[in-house]
Structure formats: structure tokens, C-alpha cells
Design a protein around this ligand. Structure first.
Ligand code: SF4
Ligand SMILES: [Zn+2]
Length: 370
């Protein structure tokens, strides 16, 4: 298998870079004192329901996407970043701007720090900015949970010790994009750039400092059928739970601009997952491991062509049930959901593989005759 991965990887890297094209050079100049995005939403905080602030700091962007590997096949977060690194003061102003939105909220609060990359990558967030942001959170007693996003290679004992020391006894989670527990899927379909061993090491390092890991699981990477994607996501959630992560956040793909996934989608060679698939993964995974991890899902662009969708008439009710499930961890919210399109979804699950096989064989024959 590693031989196949080695042979396919350069092809995927090349295709990912081609899909990105010159988009990065056309990044808009953004206000470096304002975050790229921020929002407040109800959230599950440990075993309670509270309010979470999510802030996306505008940085120079993810090292994996900036480098020669072209980044992940579904991700265009790099385009949210800045063409130059914001200064220390600008980054702190971005964070303060978002934090002030919590002024009228009461405990328990959660703060989620995203950078469209890695908070612990010092080329994105210099060490003094990191320390000052953590110190600002530490001063606010209402904040009981902090979620920090990072690729696993930046999860070092030194950074974990600092984070734990500054934030004290708060619940801390690192959001890490595991995406799939299968190395072939993660490398070839996602171009993630690390193997399962690196993820396992980061979970163990974080655990030493009583820091949990929120594993991001990707639903329906390109090149998988609907059924294979469904099975891969369930298996990944089981594996993540077995490795001891504290939370699983499942992300159904949404089609982002200038990505390989968008190219395939435009050629009608890719469809985002059905909402029935999202629901089915959540229910099956929760039945298997829901007693040991929280399983969350907030599908982006749900019901739209670029996001997980069904037939159009049932999308809204299913999406709200998914969000309800994420807050209360109660699978019974899915019980009464039904729609005529469920039959079509079953058909896709049962026949997509064979239909792809026949169509590709016919296409080969036609090419042979030409
Ligand atoms: S998904 Fe994460 S690791 Fe991959 S390119 Fe985007 S920000 Fe970087
Ligand atoms: Zn429907």
C-alpha cells in the first residue's frame, strides 16, 4: 500500500497546486487589525450548554498550503490570510476585537482560536503573541474551555506545558485535522501531509498535560463513493475514540474555491455528501462510541449545492436535527426524519460502485474505438 501511496502522492500534489493556480497572488488586502472571521453560537461545553466565541485570526496562512505540497485537496483557507505577516500588535488587536464580543455573555464560555492554519506554528503566530493571547484568556474566569487549532507536527511538549501553565485548570482542547484514520485516504484523497503515527504522537503529548484533542473528521473526501465515505468516517471516529481523543468534530465537505475538490465538482466528478449520510454516520458512530466522546457536526453550506445536501425539501429539517444532536448528544432527534429522497440515497449507496465501474469501462471502450 505504501508503494501505491508513494506513486500517487506526486500526482495529487501536482493537481492540488494546479487547482490553486494563481489564486494566492490575488488575495485581497485585508484590514490586519480585524480577524478574518468571528462568530458566537450556543455550544456544548463539557457537559453543559454555553456560548462559544470562534475567532479566525488573519495570519500569513497555513504552512502546508503555503509550501510546495499545495495544501489539502478541499481547503482554500489560505485565501483568507494575508500576503504579509501581521505585526504583533495587529494580531493582538484582532484577538481583542473578537474577545470584546463576549462582554455581555455569562459563564460557561468557550473560546475557539482558529488561524486557517496552526496557532502553534511560530511563522503564523509569533511566540510573544501566543503567550499574550493565552494570558488574556487566563484573566477571564468566565472562559471555561479553550479550543486551539493546530497541525499535529507543532504539538510539542514545550508548547503544551506553556498552554497548560497559563490557562490553569480550564478544559483545553486542540483541534487537529485527522480527517481519516486511513493513511491512503488521508494522503491520496486529502493530501494532508502527515501519517497516523504523527497524529497519535500529538494526542499522547497533549494528554501528558491533560489537554484533550478534538479530532476533525472529514466526510466524503474526493475519489470515494458515498458508501465508502460513510464507512471511512465511522471507522475514523471509532479509531479516534480508541486513541483517546476527547471530542470528534465531523466536517462534511463543502466546496471551497480554487481547490482540487472544486475542479472535480465542476466536472461533475464529485458531489458533496448527502445529509442522510451525515445523519447516518453520526447515529452509527454515536451508538458505537458516544459514551466516550462527544461527537459534533455543524455542516457548512448545508442544503446548498456546495455543501452536504439532499433533495431540497428535507434539507432544513435534517440540518437542524444535526445541530440539535451536536448540542445535546441525543440521537433520538433523528428518529422521526423521513423523505422520499431517502430511497434515492439508498440507491446511491447500493449501486454507485457498480455504476462507476460500468461507466468507466464504457468510456475506456469508446476511447479505444476513437
Ligand atoms: S485543511 Fe488545515 S492543514 Fe489542510 S491546508 Fe487547510 S488549514 Fe492547512
Ligand atoms: Zn428529501
Amino acid at each position: 500500500m505504501s508503494d501505491i501511496i508513494d506513486r500517487l502522492e506526486p500526482i495529487i500534489v501536482d493537481s492540488t497546486i494546479k487547482a490553486r493556480g494563481t489564486s494566492v497572488t490575488k488575495r485581497r488586502r485585508r484590514n490586519p487589525t480585524k480577524p478574518s472571521a468571528k462568530w458566537i453560537a450556543p455550544a456544548r461545553i463539557g457537559n453543559e450548554v454555553g456560548v462559544a466565541l470562534a475567532v479566525v485570526l488573519g495570519t500569513i496562512g497555513c504552512s502546508h498550503a503555503r509550501g510546495d505540497s499545495g495544501g489539502c485537496t478541499m481547503c482554500s483557507y489560505l485565501l483568507d490570510g494575508d500576503e504579509r505577516s501581521p505585526t504583533t500588535d495587529e494580531l493582538l488587536q484582532q484577538f481583542d476585537d473578537a474577545l470584546s464580543d463576549l462582554a455581555d455573555e455569562s459563564t460557561p464560555l468557550s473560546v475557539k482560536i482558529y488561524t486557517s492554519g496552526s496557532f502553534f506554528d511560530t511563522t503564523e503566530i509569533p511566540a510573544d503573541v501566543r503567550t499574550k493571547i493565552l494570558a488574556r484568556i487566563a484573566k477571564d474566569e468566565r472562559i471555561q474551555e479553550v479550543v486551539i487549532e493546530s497541525r499535529p507536527e507543532y504539538v510539542t511538549p514545550e508548547f503544551m506545558r506553556e498552554t497548560r501553565d497559563v490557562l490553569g485548570s480550564r478544559r483545553i482542547e486542540l483541534g487537529i485535522g485527522l480527517e481519516s484514520s486511513n493513511d491512503a485516504v488521508r494522503s491520496i484523497c486529502i493530501n494532508k501531509g502527515f501519517n497516523l503515527g504523527t497524529f497519535k504522537d500529538s494526542v499522547a503529548t497533549a494528554k501528558e498535560y491533560d489537554i484533550g484533542v478534538r479530532a476533525y473528521v472529514l466526510l466524503k473526501p474526493p475519489f470515494l463513493t458515498e458508501r465508502d465515505a460513510l464507512l471511512d468516517a465511522i471507522k475514523t471516529i471509532e479509531e479516534a475514540a480508541r486513541l483517546g481523543v476527547s471530542t470528534v468534530s465531523m466536517n462534511p465537505i463543502n466546496i471551497q474555491k480554487y481547490t482540487l475538490v472544486e475542479r472535480l465538482w465542476r466536472k461533475e466528478q464529485y458531489r458533496p455528501p448527502w445529509l442522510w449520510t451525515v445523519l447516518s454516520v453520526l447515529r452509527d458512530a454515536w451508538n458505537k462510541v458516544g459514551s466516550s466522546v462527544n461527537i459534533l457536526c455543524d455542516p457548512v453550506a448545508a442544503g446548498k449545492p456546495r455543501g452536504a445536501h439532499n433533495c431540497g425539501s428535507c434539507d432544513e429539517s435534517i440540518t437542524s436535527a444535526i445541530r440539535e444532536f451536536s448540542i445535546h448528544q441525543d440521537v433520538s432527534v433523528f428518529d422521526s426524519l423521513d423523505c422520499d429522497c431517502k430511497r434515492q440515497w439508498h440507491h446511491v449507496l447500493n449501486h454507485e460502485d457498480i455504476s462507476l465501474l460500468i461507466h468507466s469501462r464504457n468510456r475506456r471502450k469508446q476511447v479505444g474505438k476513437a
